[in-house]
Design a protein around this ligand. Structure first.
Ligand SMILES: [Zn+2]
Length: 744
């Protein structure tokens, strides 16, 4: 059967391959390296692909952040990777032919030798490159899996069972090609491999390109994202699947996260090819088409400056686990900075991956700006006020007399002053309630607006009025982006299995309860407060998506002005929670502080797995009698992945029990929970808002004491930028505070 298959189906490609391998082998043995180049050019793989350069990623001012550069890859023949029996037989024949002990080497010895050389390749490479052989085995498996997928796809496309050829007999071009096993080979390793393994004809070192990070700013790591080997799913879903040159091929690198993923269609190019005759003359060629560059809306200098500010703020206390800051252009909603700290070094990401993943205290891999949801706390109060005004629950002059606490439905409600042993706020009206962040005013407002109307209104600010719930692409479109939690009536029913209560309204009005938003959503909420329009933010210059500004309905200009006046007073008048903390002499900032309740996160967990294992039954007479038995395996680890590794369990093993043994950060004395996250959100300048900012310091404590001063530093950094984001004109013409602050 095998012989017939060889003759009938594989004659041409295999014979071709055989001759080529034979020639190359002889050339290498006889004349060494000087023939290598010529052999490569004229004999192997007549059609040779020309890789395109992947597009660069630039910041808004054209600074290159990531680009492709030439390098070398190590590739192996598919027959060797798949240990294909035809390939091994041909290779064995060559070994016999070239062996000095040809006369004495039997066919079966040669076949054994061929298999040994192919199978030991990974360990030998691992040794020479100081890497783990497992990595190379995983890469081999992934290539073989991709090619098998392709075989399946083509076979199905040709009519599946309807065609006469068996699927296993179908020969693919991929099977006669070299596939990349090691990318971007280090120069030292390259020469070592050439010396040690140069006599193996089934792999080659080939020119290639590599992705190079042109920025050392770790805070950009999450945003720019990474490239990785194309998955089976991506091959399947490739929109250019029918174009043989443009489509993904097994082993291709594609964007897997951040901008690299988001802009994949722009960044990826189209490969070309070249065919040469035996003399090395090009007889046919198609040039590759490089991918196009992508320009981000990010100002990388500003981003780096803000990252430094945040890092400094976080390093003050050990319990501060991380932070994030997002800066938006109010009108265009272009993201000027999107900082998430801690970050990580892209260049050593792979090497340090386990360590980064298991760093459970600070979670450096987490893209906090868009992928972490926090309770908004008091920064949501201006939006709650607008809901109260819209629904006629309060007017500008409606007052609430805050005496620090009250009892409603036998529940105790406290203003924040109560916990600081201060007297209540007294008579509070709309703007004063924002300025002083009076909880009791907002409890009362929330109760009367009610949870349903409040959530619906918040949704307009967080996801946009009349947003299509079926649309997946909202906001920036980044893969990592989370949608926040707005506890709508349906959400509460679905996830809490209950109906709204009157208390939900009170809690939602001060940003507590189930509601959670990302720092990006917080910044966008403040941009909407600044100009009255919701708009999807973007990180790409010239974003072609439909994202026109949508007005927030039902709010009069006078009502908008009340919320904005409250935010002005909060930063610029005595008694404001950000007064003197976020105040600048030469820029009028409007903003609000907030503290988000939170719990300590598990950083060490005890995992228990009950695993079926085969054991020899020593009591039985027959020594080969085996039986299975449930074995209890347990370990303490920072992550489930780590626990599986420690116990040598498969990557999908599920623990039967787990118990948190350590949390972080520690709970301070006289508290039952760790310090809350500290928020500051705002915009500037007051009269003509141009820039909105939201920032959070995890477990920072008081928004006023901790986040507001960081907010001031961030606005200073924006002012100091060479670019006039605040519309202040040149330095000498900067609007004096007095002019801008003049009351309406
Ligand atoms: Zn109060």
């Amino acid at each position: 059967m095998f012989e017939r298959r060889l003759k009938v189906v594989l004659t041409i490609p295999i014979l071709g391959g055989l001759i080529l391998i034979a020639r190359l082998y002889r050339l290498q043995i006889v004349d060494g390296a000087q023939y290598e180049k010529r052999a490569e050019q004229s004999l192997i793989a007549p059609k040779r692909f020309l890789p395109p350069l992947r597009g660069s990623v630039l910041d808004r001012h054209g600074k290159v952040l990531v680009s492709d550069e030439p390098t070398f890859d190590l590739s192996a023949h598919y027959g060797a990777l798949s240990e294909d029996e035809n390939f091994l037989r041909d290779y064995a024949r060559e070994i016999r032919r070239q062996s000095r002990h040809y006369q004495r080497m039997s066919r079966s010895d040669a076949e054994g030798e061929a298999l040994r050389r192919v199978q030991t390749l990974y360990d030998r490479l691992a040794e020479l490159t100081e890497a783990s052989a497992d990595e190379y085995f995983a890469r081999r498996d992934s290539i073989v899996e991709s090619v098998e997928f392709l075989r399946d796809y083509i076979w199905q496309a040709r009519g599946g069972e309807g065609i006469e050829q068996r699927k296993e007999d179908m020969r693919l071009r991929e099977e006669d090609r070299f596939h990349t096993l090691i990318r971007d080979l280090d120069r030292t390793f390259q020469s070592r491999i050439e010396i040690e393994l140069g006599d193996l004809s089934f792999f080659r070192i080939m020119p290639a390109v590599r992705r190079v990070w042109q920025t050392e700013d770790r805070s950009l790591a999450h945003l720019l994202g990474r490239i990785g080997q194309v998955s089976k799913k991506r091959l399947e879903e490739d929109p250019r699947k029918t174009d043989w040159l443009a489509r993904y091929r097994a082993g291709d690198l594609v964007g897997v996260s951040g901008v690299e993923y988001l802009a994949e269609d722009v960044l990826r190019g189209t490969r070309g090819y070249e065919e040469k005759n035996l003399d090395g003359d090009v007889i046919e060629s198609v040039a590759s088409i490089d991918g196009a560059p992508v320009r981000l809306t990010i100002d990388s200098e500003l981003q780096q400056r803000v990252a430094e500010i945040l890092k400094a703020a976080i390093s003050v206390e050990l319990g501060r686990t991380g932070g994030s800051c997002v800066i938006l252009d109010v009108s265009t909603r272009e993201v000027l900075a999107m900082v998430s700290v801690p970050g990580f070094d892209q260049d050593t990401f792979r090497k340090h991956y386990d360590q980064l993943r298991d760093e459970a205290r600070t979670r450096p891999l987490l893209f906090r700006a868009i992928a972490e949801e926090y309770q908004p706390g008091s920064i949501v109060k201006p939006v709650a006020l607008l809901a109260g005004l819209k629904h006629g629950v309060v007017t500008a002059n409606t007052t609430y007399d805050c005496d620090g606490s009250y009892i409603d439905h036998s529940k105790h409600w406290h203003c924040w002053t109560h916990w600081k042993h201060l007297p209540g706020h007294g008579a509070m009206a709309a703007t004063g309630a924002i300025q002083h962040s009076c909880n009791l005013y907002f409890y009362d407002l929330g109760k009367h607006v009610n949870a349903r109307r409040l959530s619906a209104f918040y949704d307009d600010f967080i996801r946009g009025p009349g947003h299509d719930t079926s649309t997946v692409v909202r906001s920036t479109g980044l893969l990592e982006e989370r949608d926040g939690i707005i506890p709508t009536f349906e959400w509460i029913e679905k996830y809490r299995d209950r109906a709204y209560t009157w208390a939900d309204g009170c809690n939602y009005a001060i940003g507590q309860g189930e509601m959670q938003i990302t720092p990006l959503q917080a910044a966008n909420m403040y941009a909407t407060l600044a100009n009255g329009f919701y708009r999807d933010p973007t990180i790409v210059m010239g974003d072609q998506r439909e994202r026109r500004p949508k007005p927030i309905a039902g709010i009069s200009p006078a009502q908008w002005q009340l919320a904005r006046r409250g935010l002005y007073l909060c930063v610029n008048e005595p008694g404001g929670t950000a007064y003197e903390k976020a105040t600048l002499d030469n820029l009028v900032i409007c903003g609000k502080t907030g503290s988000a309740q939170c719990v300590a996160r598990p950083v060490k967990t005890k995992y228990v797995f009950n695993v079926e294992q085969e054991v020899s039954d020593e009591s039985a007479l027959a020594s080969d009698l085996k039986r299975t038995e449930t074995v209890r395996l347990e370990t303490v680890a920072p992550t489930l992945e780590r626990a599986r590794e420690l116990l040598d369990l498969p990557h999908d093993a599920k623990p039967d029990e787990w118990r948190v043994v350590e949390r972080w950060p520690p709970v301070p004395e006289k508290r039952t929970t760790p310090l809350p996250h500290a928020w500051f959100a705002g915009y500037a300048p007051y009269k003509k808002p141009r820039v909105a900012v939201a920032l959070i310091i995890e477990h920072g404590g008081s928004g006023g004491q901790v986040a507001a001063p960081v907010g001031r530093q961030v606005f200073s950094a924006i002012m100091e930028s060479a670019h006039d984001y605040l519309g202040l004109g040149s330095r000498s013409q900067q609007v004096a505070k007095g002019n801008d602050a003049a009351d309406d």
